[in-house]
Design a protein around this ligand. Structure first.
Ligand code: C2E
Ligand code: CA
Ligand code: CA
Length: 641
């Protein structure tokens, strides 16, 4: 009993596996495989079945011969399917083979009286499954054979003959119809699946090209639009204007009210800008507080008008959760084709113009090549500088500052030099701005500060106690960790905070006054001195001098150098010294190159002088030697004497 069940289940398993066929065959020929199985079943059952049909020995042999032929045929088809499935995608030949063999075996077995004639139905069904209504050709072939056979027999038209012909046709028609319906349903399902997949793809693509927060197009989509715009320009000459917008004071909003609040503000930028743009232009968010507008047909005039309107619109306060918030925007404009014919160039040039608008507080600025300093040469330099900072190719030189009154050494300014393996000694004028525009400046400042304090520490070790001034850049003042960094480096080299002066240029104060102010206040509260460098060249308002904890002004060398012959420069220097002293600040004059200037400065009661007259910047090891020379026997500085 149990054995029986086991055998049945094994047999069922075997049949199921045989029916499914080898896993490697393509689904398009799976039906053919199943027909091979059906054919084998037919051969296996008809073989012994023929013995039950009353046939003459000749008929029997003929019938077995045809079955032998069918075995060869089916084997060939089976091998064809498993070895060369590509050959069988057109199954017309197989179908014809089936028909011929069926007709042959039925003829051999006594034709219309043979029970085998029901095999017609099987072949008709399988043809209908494969060829739909075209299977009626096969059925027509069978019916014709039937008719010929009928004509050869001298009997009247009888009912079984008619019934068989009609049923045969009906079988093919009904099977074809059902098969057609199933096929249609399958195709509809497939199409629906394809449509759904397309919809999902479209949604994904939309998501990939839009910003989640503001739902505006993102950088990727802007890039694509720029590429298309460039193509359109090439074919039709339609110009474009790219406006790059960066919010002012956004960081303050984020810092003061939190990121969620900042997000709410960013969400209001799109609609506000849209009011100005109408529906015509593409508005994208590139990330952070950076947005871009691509204006079809834009030229310098329309772009400038639009820039001005956007500045005005975005200057108006925003109302967020009961707070009234004012941010501004700085806009850089680049035009296709004047300012570039590639997306990256246009973006980069718009960025240069935007940076200019921000620095000079102009609202919007149209790109001009003079503003740009990111040449390939500078990019190479930036890459080399990155390595230089790590590989100790930098050194600091010290330039003495002496008292105009007593001629004693008041301090030294640390000035960085780059000992480039190929270019030789490179001066900071050539790489500081590169460092500033590439974000390398923080690492550089950290390096210089550490090196300068180490030199001061070493000099103190041999009895020369001297304060040091280090130049900080605008970007440094944006670094919230800076005061902490300064504190730990002072501690590392046991230098008293009052021994360190931080030189900041006026323009760096103006870029982001509140943030710079905060950093400077923290440094000052640590006891570090603050000096305003290049005083007179920037745009600073005197009110900042009042707000800032400043200790010293450095008059820019452009005023000092011509002090002796230029009356206007003399007036500026005189009034700057007066102003500084009234505010209780020390004054350093830089660029003192001759005794005439020295004497003038002394007469104007300037406190300290720095310049080639006293000494050029020098490696720290040379300072003791220089001091010995200067002091000589009478301990006064020879150069200034
Ligand atoms: P600065 O801060 O105004 O530095 C003074 C510059 O004037 C130095 O040029 C110095 O060599 C030069 N100089 C000194 N005395 C005279 C003189 O009598 N006549 C003339 N014609 N020039 C004189 P240097 O070292 O080439 O530095 C140029 C600028 O690079 C500096 O101007 C400063 O803004 C920047 N810099 C230098 N080192 C650093 C640094 O470590 N960090 C940062 N952020 N900037 C630095
Ligand atoms: Ca300086
Ligand atoms: Ca200076």
């Amino acid at each position: 009993m149990r054995n029986g069940r086991l055998l049945t289940s094994m047999a069922a398993d075997w049949v199921a596996r045989a029916w499914a066929g080898p896993s490697a065959i393509p689904s398009s020929v799976r039906l053919e495989w199943q027909l091979v199985i059906v054919r084998w079943a037919g051969i296996i059952s008809i073989g012994p079945g023929l013995l039950l049909v009353p046939l003459t020995p000749t008929q029997l042999w003929a019938a077995y011969a045809v079955i032998g032929l069918d075995i060869v045929f089916n084997t060939a088809v089976q091998l064809g399917i498993s070895r060369y499935p590509g050959l069988l995608t057109n199954v017309l030949l197989v179908m014809l083979g089936d028909s011929l063999i069926t007709v042959m075996i039925i003829s051999a077995a006594g034709y219309r009286d043979s029970p085998l004639s029901y095999a017609f139905f099987l072949v008709a069904v399988s043809a209908a499954l494969r060829y739909g209504y075209r299977s009626l050709l096969v059925v027509g072939f069978f019916v014709t054979c039937d008719w010929i056979n009928k004509a050869s027999a001298p009997t009247a038209l009888d009912a079984p003959f008619v019934i068989r012909s009609v049923f045969l046709c009906l079988t093919a028609i009904v099977t074809s119809y059902i098969y057609g319906q199933v096929h249609k349903a399958q195709t509809a399902l497939l199409r629906q699946e394809i449509n759904e997949a397309a919809a999902i793809n479209e949604a994904l693509e939309h998501q990939a090209q839009h910003d989640l927060l503001t739902l505006l197009p993102n950088r990727a989509l802007l890039q694509i639009s720029l590429e298309q715009a460039i193509q359109t320009y090439d074919t039709s000459g339609l110009t474009q204007a790219l406006l790059l917008m960066d919010l002012d004071r956004f960081k303050d909003v984020n810092d003061t009210f939190g990121h969620r609040f900042g997000d709410l503000l960013l969400q209001q930028i799109g609609p506000r800008a849209r009011d100005v743009l109408g529906t015509s232009a593409l508005l994208a968010r590139l990330g952070g507080d950076e947005f871009a507008v691509l204006l079809d047909g834009g030229n310098s005039q329309t772009a400038a008008e639009l820039g001005a309107e956007l500045v005005t619109a975005l200057e108006k306060p925003f109302s967020i959760e009961g707070h009234v918030i004012s941010v501004g925007v700085s806009i850089g404009i680049a035009l296709l084709p004047e300012h570039g014919r590639a997306p990256d160039t246009l973006l980069q040039h718009a960025d240069v113009a935007m940076y200019n608008a921000k620095r000079r507080r102009l609202g919007w600025v149209l790109y001009a090549p003079e503003q740009d300093n990111n040449t390939p040469e500078r990019i190479t330099l930036a890459n080399e500088l990155r390595d230089a900072i790590g590989q100790n190719e930098l050194t600091v030189y010290l330039q003495p500052q002496v008292s105009l009154n007593t001629r004693s050494l008041e301090g030294v300014e640390a000035l960085v030099r780059w000992q480039h393996p190929k270019r030789g000694l490179v001066f900071p004028d050539q790489f500081i701005s590169v460092a500033e525009s590439t974000g390398l400046i923080r690492g550089l400042t950290h390096w210089v500060l550490n090196a300068a304090l180490r030199e001061i520490h070493n000099l103190a070790g041999i009895g020369i106690v001297v304060p040091v001034s280090v130049n900080f850049s605008m970007r440094d003042l944006h670094d919230a960790d800076l005061p902490h960094t300064v504190e730990s480096l002072l501690a590392r080299w046991s230098v008293h905070p009052a021994q360190l002066t931080v030189e900041i240029t006026e323009s760096s104060l103006m870029d982001d006054p509140p943030r710079a102010l905060q950093t400077i206040k923290r440094l000052s509260s640590m006891g570090v001195r603050i000096s305003i460098d290049d005083f007179g060249t920037g745009y600073s308002s005197l009110s900042y001098l009042k707000q800032l904890p400043v200790d010293e002004l450095k008059i820019d060398r452009s005023f000092v150098q011509h002090l002796a012959n230029d009356k206007k420069d003399a007036a500026i220097v005189r009034s700057t010294i007066g102003l500084a002293h009234d505010l209780g600040l020390q004054v350093v004059a830089e660029g003192v190159e001759d005794m005439g200037t020295w004497d003038r400065l002394r007469a104007l009661k300037c406190d300290t002088a720095q310049g080639y007259l006293i000494s050029r910047p020098m490696p720290a090891q040379q300072l003791p030697e220089w001091l010995r020379e200067q002091w000589g026997a009478n301990k006064t500085l020879a150069a200034a004497a």
